[in-house]
Design a protein around this ligand. Structure first.
Ligand SMILES: Cc1cc2nc3c(=O)[nH]c(=O)nc-3n(C[C@H](O)[C@H](O)[C@H](O)COP(=O)(O)O)c2cc1C
Length: 276
């Protein structure tokens, strides 16, 4: 069967993109045609992709505060299909994958998708760009990519089956609490925002063009603190390294370590896996 799969991911700083690309190239090796699309930039989410050309979809999202980013949730709400099969994968920076598998499946089901499989991958934590914060700086590594390949193999098998079955994802105990929290979340001024400090800015405007929420202004070198979502895309995409997140995150790092009982030993042992 000639299959075409769309791999759509939101990747602000590259982890989710790396895994998405690994899955894509493995599927290609298995004879499956793929199209990949990063929907992180604001402009890339304006026109919805034509999903009718795909036999199935693979969605990749990072975990932010135990769920997928609000921009992804809002984008998903605009995509409507009728009984289309898909798979999901998530990347997270060490602390927790949260309720992403469960909650994203609910969102996808609402839009008419049926979820066939779901996987999770480790990647360096976004806030490693700040002082005092360091989770999984060397991830994703070869083991993570190998799980990506394994996931692609499984997807080929599952997507090719005549009789497909949706995965069952039990509701996590803390799901209601987290869903209530994100329901209440209001747009508030943020303190965690990057700015341009370097004098060597070449005014290429990559910061502005790649910002997921149109928050960054290349002329002033500042982000709008109501719109900024602290994704650090401007920091990591700036070719002149002129934008920084100058915040001492030692306390936040320690707090997370304590809350999730993370030791260096435990962090090293965290493994990517096909979860469902
Ligand atoms: C605002 C924000 C919240 C995050 N929350 C979590 C979290 O709850 N758990 C976790 O393990 N990692 C968390 N991370 C880290 C990211 O999930 C991780 O670095 C991810 O792989 C980034 O994907 P990307 O490089 O494709 O943008 C968070 C990152 C950001 C920016």
């Amino acid at each position: 069967m000639n299959m075409k799969i769309g791999i759509i991911y939101f990747s602000a700083t590259g982890n989710t993109e790396k895994i998405g690309q690994e899955i894509s190239s493995r599927l290609n090796k298995l004879g499956i045609q793929t199209n990949t699309l990063n929907i992180a930039s604001f402009s890339d989410r304006k026109d919805n992709p034509d999903l009718t050309e795909f036999d199935a979809l693979v969605f990749g999202f990072p975990v932010w505060g135990s769920v997928i980013p609000i921009v992804c949730r809002e984008w998903l709400a605009t995509v409507k299909v009728e009984d289309k099969w898909c798979a999901t994968f998530f990347t997270y920076g060490g602390p927790t994958v949260g309720i992403s598998h469960y909650h994203t499946k609910l969102l996808l089901n609402k839009q008419g998708f049926k979820v066939l499989a779901s996987a999770e991958f480790l990647g360096k934590h976004t806030f490693n760009v700040a002082k005092g914060f360091n989770f999984l700086a060397e991830r994703p590594n070869q083991n993570d990519f190998d799980v990506g390949k394994e996931f692609a193999d499984k997807l080929k098998e599952l997507f090719s089956k005549k009789e497909k079955k949706e995965v069952v994802i039990e509701k996590p105990e803390n799901a209601d609490k987290i869903m209530e929290r994100i329901q209440k979340a209001e747009k508030t001024a943020k303190e965690w925002i990057p700015s341009r400090y370097g004098k060597d800015c070449s005014m290429c405007r990559t910061c502005e063009d790649s910002c997921p929420t149109n928050a960054f202004n290349a002329d002033t070198g500042e982000a709008d603190n109501l719109e900024c979502i602290s994704c650090m895309r401007c920091v990591t995409s700036c070719p002149d390294e002129a934008i920084e997140f100058r915040r001492d995150m030692t306390e936040v790092h320690e707090r997370l370590k304590k809350h999730y009982e993370l030791t260096d030993e435990k962090l090293k042992k965290l493994e990517s896996k096909i979860s469902y």
